[in-house]
Ligand binder design. Structure first.
Ligand code: FAD
Length: 402
């Protein structure tokens, strides 16, 4: 994908300059979106995005592409709803086809306590601007005719919340839309340029050390996905982050077509269909913290057992591929964005199993903070100092979290 894109896009690839106003570490969705909005919204183009490998080689090119805003606390719902809306207009804004498709998401409930949680979710979502309604089992089957309402006789569906605006978009197209948009404005994206250290002048971070030499910077932003603890340690910043693998897999194509996204927080699994017709599935993150990209048979076995109770047609499909990403998971399951207490060093991290949907809003909010020096209102609750102030944003509104 990467080489293909590089050859068809007429982009200018420059050698690094000795100095930039802003250096962003990591060319995943968050780093590139921040660069894009710095250039397009604020006219700041003396920016470099440094990538250890190739564009989108981290989680932004490995995720299951679900975009939704049906979270569990007002701060998250408003943030992700804004992101969902930015996604809707991203093709028009960038001129790139990101294969955005609004599908709706059914969040199934099998117990009375889950029904209460889903009813509360609906009320809070609507109050905060996200369209989520309760549906009966029969309505759920109208939306998804393949659903076995008895859950294979073990997990009967008592009802579901239905998040109308949930969508998917092709992940590497999103990443490349931002890369292309930023580069066309003059941002340098430097692939195969790992950052190996930070330059310091006393307390202040003044640049980065790369495999190809030092680069000085007015400001350094870490957007390194699952590697933030390593980069933050270089600035003597300790973050409330643990890194866990998260796995996913696809089957061969299911010709009949499958409309919505199905999610289940009691069984910890979710299912959707890709544009190629493959069935795409995921579950909770691996419990053991690790930087391993290894995939496991255990995951395939447990996820398959759960999803086939809900969608029996999946038993007739074959598993084609499985893969893993490493997720930086914060202790309150919410992102950490902004200042770190070390002058010149910012982070956008803690995107865990849920950060693909957040790429537009995360990039936009970080760009505004960097450009204006003022903390934007949607970002404000997600600053690092919330932990010191005992104001965690606890929200296990992501399917992959327990
Ligand atoms: C299997 C799976 C399924 C998921 N499904 C969903 C989903 O359905 N919906 C959702 O919203 N989210 C999902 N996520 C989460 C989402 O993918 C991530 O939260 C998001 O992509 C994080 O983006 P990022 O830009 O912060 O990091 P990344 O995309 O990981 O980018 C970080 C980049 O930094 C680079 N880097 C690291 N260290 C250095 C260094 N020292 N120097 C230079 N570069 C460096 C890496 O090579 C990488 O390219 C999923 C994740 C996985 C793994």
């Amino acid at each position: 994908m990467n080489e293909f894109v590089e050859t068809i896009l007429a982009l200018q690839w420059h050698p690094p300059k000795p100095s930039y106003d802003v250096v962003i570490i990591g060319a995943g969705g968050h780093g590139l979106a921040t660069a894009y909005y710095l250039a397009t919204r604020h006219g700041i183009t003396n920016v470099a995005v440094l990538e250890a490998s190739y564009i989108g080689s981290g989680n932004s090119g490995r995720n299951t592409t679900i975009i939704r805003a049906n979270y569990g606390i007002p701060e998250s719902i408003r943030f992700y709803q804004h992101s969902l809306e930015l996604y809707r207009s991203l093709e028009d804004e960038t001129g790139c086809w990101i294969m955005h498709s609004t599908k709706g998401l059914l969040w199934l409930a099998h117990t009375e306590s889950a029904m209460r949680a889903e009813r509360a979710r609906c009320l809070l979502n609507v109050a905060c601007g996200a369209e989520t309604v309760m549906v009966t089992p029969e309505e759920a089957r109208t939306i998804c005719p393949q659903l076995d309402l008895s859950g294979g006789g073990r997990y009967p569906v008592l009802g579901a919340s239905y998040h109308v605006g949930a969508a998917t978009a092709r992940h590497d197209r999103v990443v490349w839309a931002y890369a292309q948009g930023a580069m066309r404005k003059g941002v340098d994206v430097l692939q195969h340029t790992p950052v190996t250290g930070l330059l310091r002048d006393g307390e202040r971070v003044t640049g980065v050390q790369t495999a190809n030499g030092p680069i000085s910077a007015g400001l350094v932003l870490s957007a390194v996905g699952g590697n933030v603890s390593t980069i933050a340690a270089m600035a003597d910043v300790r973050l409330p982050i643990r890194t866990h693998p998260l796995q996913a897999f696809v089957t061969n194509a299911y010709a009949q077509g499958f409309g919505p996204i199905i999610s289940d927080t009691e069984l910890f699994c979710y299912v959707s269909q890709t544009a190629r017709g493959q069935m795409l599935m995921g579950a909770e993150f691996d419990p053991q913290p690790s930087y391993s990209l290894g995939s496991s048979f255990n995951f395939l076995q447990s996820c398959s057992a759960k999803v086939t109770h809900l969608l029996p047609f999946l038993r007739d499909l074959r598993i084609l591929r499985q893969w893993t990403g490493i997720c930086d998971i914060s202790t309150d399951f919410s992102p950490i964005m902004g200042e770190t207490g070390v002058p010149g060093f910012l982070v956008t991290t803690g995107w865990g199993t849920w950060g693909f949907k957040a790429i537009p809003a995360g990039g936009e909010q970080m760009a505004e903070l960097i450009a204006t020096g003022r903390t934007p209102v949607l970002l404000e609750p997600f600053q690092l100092d919330r932990f010191a102030r005992d104001l965690p944003m606890a929200d296990q509104g992501s399917t992959g979290t327990r």
